[in-house]
Design a protein around this ligand. Structure first.
Ligand code: GTP
Ligand code: SPV
Ligand code: MN
Length: 595
């Protein structure tokens, strides 16, 4: 098929890709339903996709990746810049020329006998001055169909680009099992991403983590805006006023769930509502009125399936009922639908586990072999989300009232606290730590530092990134959002979560917004402003008493001093680019804790 554009920069680059990878043919993705339908049909024939029950799950399909290819691979992810200082121990760095020399042979002729799909895509609402265009070439239909859900693809993206050379060049080949030669590599200075030998979401949907975080945070640093691993939600009060909150939690730590929260009855009956703008990534700019505005660069949700159910997250579940690609969940053979741990109590009678091995549902032992992979995912269009904000496509974005950091901390962090200032808030973000999850390959449940939930997604020196946050605070002045930290994951002595979480996190959001409005006072502690326990509304909350809340708000100074040492080690590891302001915040915290 002929090309869809007369943009010479695009044509030259696509030609370069054809010469390198020598596909048998090239197909330009225009985004039309007819073209996408034909690709789906083709993937059904080859077994790349399985069509699910079209009465129960219209437009939904199932896909399995290779067994060794089920999560992001952080040890094989690189940032390649000319700046040696970007090698700051938190991200893998390599000199660009050396990396290109290493990888080019892997791409040579790699698409021989195959088709190259050219996907133009727009990150952010089409027509927004904050949106950016990328072009991904790939030999995977699965990637094309996912990109169609997650971004705005085809002719509209090319129209947004016009004749400009400002687009991110993404080259992906071989959704393969060759883990030895798997690489996810970024060249921020060239606006380029090279991905090879993986077929898993975050490694191959190049608009997502590769562009919208790793490349975009570097662009934001150069251009004076921010790209963050943050959900965006709106809380509508009974008068119809909406306040927007962004929140950064590490992978598989609750962003999608918070973004789609359903308020408990006590708030719902008063008329409070929660609206979803984004569940994973926020691009934020200072608006004409001096406030910070956020857009969601994505157009769909690539969410964790296990644990999603009618009770924990009915909105997410409803979102996945149409037009969704399921990856590595179990196949429910009784009615050709899908299943995962935590969808309902019992696995279906006749289920096929994600690896494709037949498993007798009756022999299933909870906690034993999983039917769905713990990092199995749904790719669902935003349009199917019952609580999608009407501002979702607003080209200017939404004004941010509060920013929230959080992670999985069994003991240290309290349910919620507020930073003393913007700079202290940046310190709080920089000091984040969380227990690792199945979203990345490697051990699960190990505490590691994860500044701003960006550890796997930094595109340049982490100290410079902290300095950029401080600069944004200076620009925003007294219009800056207030910064908070939450922890839904404190456990009791038996290891059970103490806080019920999910919809009940609304109770914490309400305290946060009341603080922003100056409607509730707080206790000044060594770590920040904490709620008076009475100010967390626990009306109708089974099993939670005032004492439970007090326990959740308890700050153990010894644990915190220990944690401060961890932050110091992190800063030392990052090195001399860590801003003096943050070192000062750390020292001030240690002083307050030692009093
Ligand atoms: P990524 O898509 O990887 O960035 O993950 P995410 O941050 O969007 O996480 P998600 O909302 O998908 O939640 C991941 C896991 O955390 C799921 O198993 C949820 O059931 C669990 N979870 C989410 N919110 C809560 C909560 O408030 N309390 C508890 N205990 N678990 C939660
Ligand atoms: C995450 O791991 O933070 C995700 C999934 O949102 S992935 O797209 O794989 O990065
Ligand atoms: Mn994420």
């Amino acid at each position: 098929m002929s090309s869809l554009t007369s943009n010479q920069h695009v044509l030259d680059w696509v030609k370069e890709m054809e010469d390198l990878m020598t596909p048998d043919k090239t197909i330009w993705i225009d985004g039309s339903e007819g073209q996408l339908r034909a690709l789906r049909e083709e993937a059904f024939k080859t077994g790349e996709l399985t069509e699910l029950n079209q009465e129960k799950l219209p437009g939904c399909v199932l896909h399995h990746t290779a067994k060794n290819d089920v999560a992001r691979v952080e040890d094989r992810t690189f940032i390649c810049t000319s700046n040696k200082a970007d090698d700051c121990a938190m991200i893998n760095w390599m000199e660009p020329t050396a990396m290109k020399a290493k990888l080019t042979p892997l791409y040579k002729g790699v698409m021989k006998g195959r088709t190259m799909y050219v996907i133009p895509y727009c990150m952010g609402p089409v027509g927004s001055p904050f949106s950016k265009v990328g072009i991904e070439v790939t030999d995977s239909i699965y990637v094309v169909l996912n990109m169609d859900i997650m971004t705005r693809i085809g002719i509209k993206a090319l129209r947004q680009l016009g004749d400009s050379n400002d687009f991110v060049r993404g080259q992906h080949a071989r959704a393969d099992i060759d883990a030895e030669n798997r690489y996810i590599v970024h060249f921020p200075e060239d606006n380029a991403i090279w991905s090879i030998n993986s077929g898993y979401g975050g490694n191959v949907l190049l608009g997502k983590k590769c562009f919208a975080l790793r490349i975009a945070c570097y662009q934001g640093y150069k251009e004076g805006w921010m790209a963050e691993h943050m959900l965006i939600l709106g809380v509508e009060d009974p008068s119809g006023h909406v306040d927007y909150v962004t929140a950064a939690f590490p992978s598989a730590c609750g962003k999608t769930n918070l973004a789609m929260l359903i308020p408990p009855e006590i708030y719902a009956k008063k008329g409070y509502k929660v609206w979803t703008v984004g569940d994973d990534i926020a691009w934020m700019h200072v608006g004409a009125d001096g406030r910070l505005y956020a857009i969601n660069p994505e157009n769909g949700f690539f969410g964790v399936a296990p644990g999603t159910n009618e009770k924990s997250n009915p909105n997410a579940l409803a979102t996945t009922r149409q037009g969704t690609i399921f990856t590595n969940v179990a196949h429910n053979l009784t009615d050709n639908t899908v299943w995962w741990e935590g969808l309902d109590k019992n696995p279906p009678e006749d289920a096929q586990e994600w690896t494709g091995l037949a498993v007798d549902g009756k022999e299933y032992v909870a906690g034993g072999g999983k039917l769905a992979h713990p990092n199995s995912r749904f790719t669902a269009p935003a349009t199917g989300c019952p609580c999608l904000s009407k501002e979702f496509n607003n080209p200017d974005g939404v004004p941010v009232t509060a920013m929230v950091f959080g992670g999985r901390r069994a003991k240290t962090a309290p349910l919620v606290y507020q930073s003393f200032s913007w700079n202290h808030g940046v310190y709080v973000g920089s000091s984040m730590a969380s227990e690792t999850t199945a979203a990345a390959a490697g051990a699960v449940g190990v505490v590691r530092r994860d500044p701003m939930a960006m550890r796997p997604f930094f595109g340049y020196n982490v100290g410079d990134y902290f300095a950029h946050w401080l600069d944004m605070g200076k620009k925003l002045g007294d219009k800056a959002p207030k910064i908070f930290h939450v922890n839904w994951f404190r456990t009791d002595d038996e290891g059970h979560f103490i806080w019920p979480g999910f919809g009940d996190n609304m109770r914490v959001l309400m305290w946060i917004l009341n603080r922003c409005k100056g409607e509730v006072d707080a206790v000044e502690t060594a770590i920040g402003y904490l709620p008076h326990a009475e100010d967390i509304d626990i009306t109708d909350l089974n099993g939670v008493t005032l004492d439970t809340v007090k326990n959740l708000l308890n700050v153990d100074k010894d644990l915190w001093l220990e944690d401060a040492k961890g932050v110091e080690e992190l800063y030392d590891q990052i090195g001399d680019h860590v801003p003096a302001e943050l070192r000062a915040e750390l020292n001030a915290l240690k002083d307050r804790l030692s009093k």
